[in-house]
Write a protein of this length. Structure first.
Length: 217
């Protein structure tokens, strides 16, 4: 049965990027519906698909799943043969913990350095709280790579759900030219080189919608 992913603007919607990049990476076929943000019809359109009034949502026949992390967990159950989470139990537990931390945390980074896939790279300093978020993210990435990354390119070796959850952070660190370690920069470059990431980027660049509060930063 065909899957449909309902997302918001590719330029700005960090939550929508997460299941999109995961599904593209693992070659899970799906149709997409894009609902532009901050239009007169936005809320009504989203509520047609998502009772939370937020994107993304995933439709699988009569079943509807909303929230990025819930969608990822559903896909892991729907496609058990795909390594959406690491195979090793300890790595899988750590990956889920990092995904959950990303899902609920880093409020200062989100508020002060919002995702914008079209923004030219230009230094913009955040407040100390955002800098603390960046420091925690770098430490978490380094720990995952050291303990579970092995010789792979990503946090747990091969690309998995944890990488998908942090993909919007990669955009933030890149476009605002946030000072990071060489190891962090290498990981960021690997994420941005993924065909799935580039596919999203091209979609964002092709959009005509603009939201000033994101474009003026």
């Amino acid at each position: 049965m065909a899957l449909t992913l309902i997302i918001a603007n590719k330029a700005y919607s960090s939550w929508s990027l997460r299941p999109f990049i995961l599904m593209r990476y693992f070659d899970i076929p799906f149709a997409e519906i894009v609902i532009p943000l901050e239009q007169e019809t936005t809320r009504a359109e989203i509520l047609r698909y998502s009772p939370s009034g937020k994107c993304p949502a995933l439709r699988d026949g009569d079943l509807l799943v909303w929230d990025s992390l819930a969608i990822i967990e559903y896909l892991a159950e729907r496609f058990p043969n795909l390594p959406i989470w690491p195979d090793l139990a300890s790595a899988r537990a750590r990956a889920r913990a990092l995904a959950a931390e990303m899902h609920s945390g880093f409020a200062a980074l989100r508020a002060n350095l919002p995702m914008n896939m079209r923004r030219p790279v230009r230094r913009r300093a955040g407040p100390p709280e955002a800098e603390a978020d960046v420091a925690r993210i770098e430490a978490a990435w380094a720990d995952a790579r050291q303990n579970f990354g092995g010789k792979g390119d990503f946090l747990f070796g091969d690309f998995c759900a944890a990488d998908a959850m942090f993909a919007p952070v990669v955009n933030r660190l890149h476009i605002y030219d946030v000072p990071v370690t060489r190891a962090t920069r290498t990981y960021m470059d690997r994420i941005m080189a993924l065909p799935a990431y580039r596919d999203w980027q091209k979609g964002a660049e092709a959009e005509s919608w603009r939201i000033a509060k994101y474009e003026d930063l």
